[in-house]
Write a protein that binds this ligand. Structure first.
Ligand SMILES: [Zn+2]
Ligand SMILES: [Zn+2]
Length: 263
């Protein structure tokens, strides 16, 4: 495709709509329900009309590949990623286009994750499954804890791997930028912020006026199937990180539209 074609008046015709939930846990997260296996996640995503999802378990990506594999032949595109817990105890979605950079990121994260054993009684089991949802192995390392990595370091390193960081559930009273830092750092090089499905923008903007300056998206942070959301829609050419970055900036016809219930 050359530049002239790109600037043709019909350029925006090539853009497609992607209904997305970019924050979905699987059975690898101890706190997720046993129903969070590839086939059921995809089944529910389809029922919700989604065609773009991201798999984001706590500090680990292992089940993302199984969901990607299970999604082959469906209309749903799956981004691999994880929900990282920084040393400030802030949760950050780290999203990638493909498996390789995600694997590389996982190695860095495991080097910075204290080698504590999971206590299944307290935190739940952490299962790795295949595309059919069959058990492969149980991750014994405790995943839901802070990696010894600071926010800035995380954003820089994920970006250098071609990934994208979106601070998770910033309106949540724990494990979020606003609860732990009291603000969104002005120099934080992230393209958008995630709010929970319970975020009420009228109240939220009064409480945290800073949020008005940000592109907000809603994901489900789904630990069970019925928590998967269909509130965020991207208009873009492909379901890719660089396209999402354009959409967050509203550039080249790309855009993000979030459905807000009457509040
Ligand atoms: Zn979280
Ligand atoms: Zn989560």
């Amino acid at each position: 495709m050359n530049k002239d074609q790109d600037s043709s008046p019909h350029f925006s015709d090539r853009l497609k709509l992607f209904k997305a939930d970019l924050h979905i846990h699987t059975v690898l997260s101890g706190c997720a329900e046993i129903e969070m296996i590839p086939s059921l996640i995809l089944w529910q995503a389809e029922r919700k009309g989604l065609n773009l999802i991201a798999i984001t378990d706590h500090n680990a990506w292992h089940n993302a590949e199984a969901v990607m594999e299970a999604a082959v032949g469906t209309n749903i595109h799956v981004l691999p990623g994880m929900e990282l817990q920084s040393k400030e105890e802030v949760h950050l979605l780290c999203l990638f286009d493909t498996v390789e950079p995600c694997k590389e990121w996982q190695e860095k994260v495991f080097q910075k994750l204290p080698p504590l054993a999971n206590k299944e009684d307290l935190f739940g089991p952490q299962y790795v499954v295949n595309a059919a949802g069959e058990w492969l192995w149980t991750e014994e390392r405790l995943l839901a804890q802070s990696a010894d990595m600071a926010l800035e370091e995380i954003v820089g390193q994920v970006s250098s791997l071609g990934g994208m960081v979106i601070p998770a559930h910033v309106d949540r009273p724990s494990y979020s930028l606003l609860s732990n830092l009291g603000l969104i750092p002005a120099d934080m090089a992230v393209p958008a912020l995630e709010v929970t499905p319970y975020f009420n923008w009228r109240k939220g903007f009064l409480e945290w006026p800073q949020l008005k300056d940000w592109c907000l998206i809603v994901n489900g942070d789904a630990h069970r199937l019925n928590e998967i959301q269909n509130r965020t829609q991207f208009k873009m050419a492909q379901p890719e990180i660089k396209e999402m970055a354009l959409a967050f900036k509203g550039q080249e016809g790309r855009q993000v539209v979030v459905e807000w219930p009457d509040q």
